[in-house]
Design a protein around this ligand. Sequence first.
Ligand code: HEC
Length: 112
Amino acid sequence: MRPRSMMLFAVFAAAATGSRLGAQAADAKANYDENCRKCHGVRGTPPKTMKEKFPKIATFDAKFLETHSVDSMVKVLTKGKNDDMKSFKEKMSPAELKAVAEYVHELQKAKP
Ligand code: HEC
């Protein structure tokens, strides 16, 4: 093996053995903050300006989460619902969409 490919191999090996779950959770937060937060709020409660702009926007509270499973959210995120809530399948992989939906389910639970 040439030194360069040895280095690459080491990087891949480290990535593969690293904490998968931890990395995914961090990515989900980053993806949520980048793609969802401006409309849905830091903790899943949309800011007032967004509620005024989108009267139908969801608040991710316990009642909402009871009726919206992770799978159903992944469907909405994949297909989109309408012009306000667009599809995110171009921006994230199916695994990332699922991780974001799981993150949404944890958001309000983490509230102090
Ligand atoms: C441009 C603002 C905007 C962005 C960005 C946005 N949403 Fe939404 N979202 C909405 C609006 C508005 C609705 C309500 C749509 C309706 O019912 O007409 C909604 C609805 C939803 C719903 C409920 C769908 C249902 O089953 O009724 C979920 C879940 C959701 N958004 C998750 C997300 C996630 C996760 C992201 C980031 C990947 C995101 N949204 C990004 C505006 C946004």
